[in-house]
Design a protein around this ligand. Structure first.
Ligand SMILES: Nc1nc2c(ncn2[C@@H]2O[C@H](COP(=O)(O)OP(=O)(O)OP(=O)(O)O)[C@@H](O)[C@H]2O)c(=O)[nH]1
Ligand SMILES: [Mg+2]
Length: 349
């Protein structure tokens, strides 16, 4: 049997519960891709199960140009630990996708400065940086042009975190919906080769991130958690010690506030509940799963604390977005589902 055009998996007609199943012979797509594409229905969840180290090692062993796709909304999650060691000496073209999600007030130059500063901290150097979004055809053309000059006869392997936008980018470059893309992490299941304007490209399964909120929730809640349009900053003025619950997913307690403000950059479909820090524990116990929704599958939480170091500091929760804290506040405690990564960084905006 051959390979599914949407996700790259070997097609099979024996087990409907396993990836690659198709009831029809000579089908070009597996049932899972077909149902995602036509009904937005997930028959087999693959958010866990594709070994991230195996994917990285396989890419590292290839003589190829690496097209590394990072989601600008979920940038910290995109900074895969250890990538600088795994890809030493490799030619990397960095594509930052989902530009349309960030506010327009953030210029290309400012984004580029932010990205290069973070790359430097990670010890990664790249041959080029391109910002794209899924509607603008210019970004896709820029990627093709950059690949044409950097690939030097080698294939271009498109890699990055699950859900970062790899398959969407390739579809855009082909000007056709051939590859399956979806909000479900783990859509692409196997290395999947195609030729675009004479250049070989390889779509790859996303590098799974165990530390993201997207792994901790039911798939039906992803529609609320993932922003699908430009972020509208949600601004709160802080007086005294304050607590914010983001649905029932995360809680941010801020202490020592004096004329401080906190701006949330998260999906507009997620409710934010504000309270005095002193009553936050009680409210969380009472309302989590009721008024405070959606919730993580596992109730166990962990906390991170930080003294405010920067004049403007982002509190980043992988997969969920970030809150920017400005002016006077002395410390922050963040509660997230156990396993989820939190980063405190100098403000992006
Ligand atoms: N707003 C916006 N959404 C995007 C963009 N690129 C991708 N998406 C969305 O992000 C989600 C993931 O896109 P995919 O192309 O499936 O991502 P992937 O990196 O191939 O994911 P895996 O195959 O799971 O590794 C989908 O819901 C896309 O519609 C973009 O530039 N802007
Ligand atoms: Mg994909």
């Amino acid at each position: 049997m051959h390979i599914c055009k949407g996700c790259g998996i070997h097609l099979q007609s024996t087990d409907p519960a396993l990836p690659g199943y198709t009831p029809k012979e000579n089908s070009e797509y597996c049932q899972r891709c077909y149902r995602i594409m036509h009904y937005d229905d997930l028959t087999v969840s693959m958010k866990k199960g594709i070994d991230p180290d195996m994917v990285i090692d396989r890419i590292a062993a290839m003589d190829a140009l690496i097209v590394w796709v990072v989601d600008l909304f979920d940038f910290e999650a995109g900074m895969i630990p250890g990538l600088n060691r795994k890809f030493t000496g490799k030619d990397i073209l960095l594509v930052c996708a989902k530009r349309d999600i960030l506010p327009d007030t953030l210029s290309h130059e400012k984004i580029a400065r932010f990205v290069f500063a973070r790359l430097k901290e990670q010890g990664i150097s790249v041959r080029g940086l391109i910002l794209t979004d899924k509607v603008d055809p210019q970004g896709a053309q820029e990627v093709k042009d950059a690949v044409a000059s950097l690939a030097k006869g080698r294939p271009a392997v498109v890699m990055g975190r699950a859900n970062s936008g790899k398959s969407t980018l390739l579809n855009k470059m082909m000007n056709q919906q051939i590859l399956t893309s979806s909000r479900y992490p783990g859509t692409t299941l196997e290395f999947n080769e195609m030729t675009i304007d004479g250049q070989v490209y390889i779509d790859t399964p996303g590098i799974e991130n165990e530390g993201t909120i997207l792994m901790e929730v039911d798939e039906k809640d992803l529609r609320e958690i993932l922003p699908d349009r430009q972020l509208k900053p949600q601004v709160y003025q802080l007086r005294g010690d304050q607590s914010f619950a983001i649905g029932g997913l995360a809680r941010i307690d801020i202490f020592g506030c004096d004329h401080a403000s906190c701006v949330f950059y998260i999906s507009q479909r997620l409710p934010i509940h504000r309270a005095k820090a002193a009553s936050a524990d009680g409210l969380w116990q009472k309302h989590r799963g009721g008024m405070f929704r959606p919730v993580a599958l596992n109730e166990e939480m962990r906390s991170f604390s930080c003294r405010k170091e920067y004049e403007k500091m982002d509190i980043v929760i992988d997969g969920l977005g970030w809150a920017c804290l400005s002016s006077q506040a002395s410390s922050v405690t963040v509660y997230v589902p156990k396993g989820v990564n939190v980063t405190f960084r100098k403000a992006m905006l």
